[in-house]
Design a binder for this molecule. Structure first.
Ligand SMILES: CC(=O)SCCNC(=O)CCNC(=O)[C@H](O)C(C)(C)COP(=O)(O)OP(=O)(O)OC[C@H]1O[C@@H](n2cnc3c(N)ncnc32)[C@H](O)[C@@H]1OP(=O)(O)O
Ligand SMILES: N[C@@H](CCO)C(=O)O
Length: 334
C-alpha cells in the first residue's frame, strides 16, 4: 500500500504478484487500486493495496465468498474442513470459492505496517473485497462469514448490496455490543500495557474465555495438567502462546477496533433486501444467541437458526453439528 501522495504505480492494471499454480490451495497475492485509490472511511486514500487470497474450484462469474474470523485467514481448507470439500456446503467441484485475508490483518494483505496504523473499518474491508472480485471476474457472490466474518458479511450487505445474492452470518450480531466492545477494550489495554508479546497473550486469554463457555470448560478443563496449576490456567496460557506465535499485536489492535466501530443503525439494517441466514450459538457468551436473533429480526429477509452446542462461540469451528447441512441448504437455494 502507498498513500495517495506517493508516486503512483506505472502499471495501470491489477498486478498478480504470484501466478496461479496447479495447486489451487496456494495463496496468491494481487496489488489492487493501482490507478484509482481506495478511499478509507477515515478519509485517507490509498493506492497499491496488496491482497492475499485463496480460491478453490474453477473460476466463474458467480462465487461463494468466505469471510474469516479475527485470527483466521484465507486458507479455508486448514480451518473449516467440515464446510469445504466435495459434498460439503463449500464444494469446489460445484462452485468457485474465494477467501481473502482482511485489510489490517497479518496474513499477506496489507496490514498495520503498510497502513501506517491507520484506522480501518469493516466497510473498508468490503471495498477491498469488491476490487478483488472485479479482478477475479466475479459479478455475484453468496457470502458466508462467522464471528468477525459474520460482522463483515453484514458490512458487505450494506456496502455492496448489488453484488450479494444471499448471505450466511454465523455467531455474529448486527453491530458490536457494549459487552463485545468492552472485551476488546480490555484486550487492547493489555497489549498497550505490555507491548512486545505479553499483552497479546493476555488479550488472547481473555478472548478465549469469551470463545468457550462455562459448561465447555467444566467438561474439558477439570483438574491439573501441571502440578499446582489449574488446567484452565495452563490451557489459557498455552492458547496465549499459540496466538503469539502466529499473530501480530498491531493487527489485533486494528481489527478489534474495526469490529468495535461496526455500528449500523436500524434504518440501514431495514434496507437490506438480500436473504440472510443468521445463526446463533446456544452457549455463545460473546455474542449471545438472543442478541443474534434480535439483530436478525431487524433485517427484513433474515431467517434465524440456532446451533445447539455447549462449546460456546467457537462451536462453529469445533462442534458444528447440523450447521454444515443447514448452511448448504440455504446457500444453494435460489
Ligand atoms: C470463520 C473463520 O474464519 S474462523 C477462523 C478459524 N480460526 C482460526 O483458524 C484461528 C484460530 N484457531 C482457533 O481459534 C482454534 O484453533 C480453534 C478454535 C479452531 C480450535 O482451538 P484449539 O486450540 O485447536 O483447540 P482447543 O481449544 O481444544 O485446544 C487444544 C490445544 O490446547 C492444549 N490443551 C488443552 N488443554 C490444555 C491444558 N489444560 N493445558 C495446556 N494445554 C492444553 C491441547 O493439548 C491442544 O494443543 P495443540 O493445539 O498443540 O494440539
Ligand atoms: N477462534 C476464532 C474466532 C474468534 O472470533 C479466531 O480466533 O479467530
Amino acid at each position: 500500500m502507498t498513500a495517495l501522495s506517493r508516486t503512483p504505480s506505472p502499471l495501470p492494471l491489477p498486478q498478480e504478484d504470484e501466478r496461479c499454480s496447479a495447486d489451487d490451495r496456494k495463496r496468491r497475492t494481487v496489488t489492487l487500486f493501482r490507478t484509482s485509490p481506495l478511499l478509507l472511511d477515515c478519509g485517507q486514500p490509498l493506492l497499491d493495496v496488496r491482497v492475499a487470497y485463496h480460491t478453490y474450484g474453477e473460476a466463474r462469474e458467480e462465487a461463494t465468498l468466505v469471510l474469516h474470523a479475527l485470527t483466521g485467514n484465507s486458507a479455508v481448507h486448514e480451518w473449516w474442513p467440515d464446510f469445504l470439500g466435495a459434498g460439503r456446503p463449500l464444494d469446489p467441484t460445484q462452485a468457485y470459492i474465494v477467501c481473502a485475508n482482511v485489510l489490517g490483518g497479518c496474513a499477506g494483505t496489507d496490514g498495520p505496517s503498510e497502513l501506517g496504523d491507520l484506522p480501518i473499518s469493516l466497510r473498508d474491508m468490503a471495498r477491498v473485497g469488491r476490487a478483488l472480485l472485479e479482478h477475479l471476474g466475479v459479478r455475484r457472490v453468496r457470502v458466508i462469514g462467522a464471528s468477525m466474518g459474520g460482522l463483515l458479511a453484514y458490512a458487505w450487505l450494506l456496502e455492496c448490496p448489488d453484488l450479494v445474492a444471499r448471505a450466511v452470518v454465523i455467531g455474529a450480531p448486527v453491530r458490536h455490543s457494549p459487552w463485545a466492545v468492552g472485551l476488546n477494550s480490555a484486550a487492547r489495554a493489555a497489549i498497550r500495557a505490555a507491548p512486545g508479546g505479553e499483552g497479546l497473550k493476555v488479550a488472547r486469554m481473555v478472548a478465549m474465555l469469551s470463545y468457550r463457555s462455562p459448561q465447555s470448560l467444566a467438561q474439558t478443563q477439570v483438574g491439573q495438567r501441571r502440578p499446582g496449576v489449574h488446567a484452565v490456567t495452563s490451557y489459557l496460557e498455552y492458547q496465549g502462546e499459540k496466538l503469539l506465535a502466529r499473530f501480530c499485536e498491531r493487527s489485533y489492535l486494528t481489527l478489534t477496533a474495526a469490529m468495535d466501530g461496526f455500528q449500523p443503525n436500524d434504518a440501514e439494517l431495514a434496507a437490506i433486501r438480500v436473504p440472510v441466514l443468521a445463526v446463533g450459538i446456544s452457549s455463545d457468551v460473546l455474542y449471545p444467541a438472543a442478541e443474534v436473533r434480535a439483530g436478525a429480526a431487524a433485517v427484513p429477509n433474515a431467517t434465524y437458526w440456532e446451533l445447539d452446542s455447549i462449546h460456546g462461540h467457537d462451536a462453529f469451528l469445533m462442534d458444528s453439528g447440523d450447521l454444515p447441512v443447514r448452511v448448504g441448504a440455504f446457500l444453494h437455494q435460489g
